[in-house]
Design a binder for this molecule. Structure first.
Ligand code: FES
Length: 168
């Protein structure tokens, strides 16, 4: 990685890196910006690649092992590219109380996926979402970009099966 006048060059000429850089700059490239920066990378790119980890480590002057440790410790972060289809399940309190946990078990049994994982064929990712602000619709899940709510756990499972059979 090229370092010129303390300016660390992003891995690629991609505008999304500018967004990542703004996040770090706002906090003076302090190591405390690490988690927020990882969130920005994930939101911008869908996952956190090895080169992203290296870029953040160099920019914030944090050992790469620490960046890797933080990125893998929180299951909010995804280290591999997302699948063709993504189900994001809100695990905020309201959604959890209304049965999100049953959907977690269903995804494990039906598709062999834990939260944050993608099927080996790259077809489906199962992601965790923080409260999406639609608690009135709890439990909430997002099937690709469509927000689905107010379903019983049984209805949610049926909806996922239906979505998978249509979209794959
Ligand atoms: S807790 Fe799920 S939308 Fe708020």
């Amino acid at each position: 990685m090229l370092i010129t006048n303390r300016k660390i060059v992003p891995p690629a000429d991609d505008k999304r890196w500018k967004i990542v850089d703004v996040t770090m700059r706002k906090q003076g490239y302090s190591p405390t910006a690490l988690i927020e920066t990882l969130h920005t990378i994930q939101e911008s790119f869908g996952h956190i690649s090895g080169e992203a980890l290296e870029y953040v480590a160099n920019s914030l002057n944090v050992p790469p092992s620490k960046v890797f440790g933080v990125a893998t410790f929180y299951n909010l972060f995804n280290m591999t590219p997302l699948g063709e289809h993504v189900i994001s399940l809100c695990t905020g309190t309201a959604c959890y109380v209304k049965g999100a946990g049953e959907v977690v078990e269903f995804m494990r049994e039906e598709y062999g996926l834990e939260m944050g994982q993608t099927t080996p064929d790259g077809k489906l990712s199962f992601m965790v979402a923080r409260c999406v602000g639609a608690c009135g619709l709890a439990p909430v899940m997002i099937l690709d970009s469509k927000v689905v709510g107010r379903l019983s756990p049984e209805q949610m499972k049926a909806r996922i099966r239906e979505w998978m059979s249509h979209d794959q």
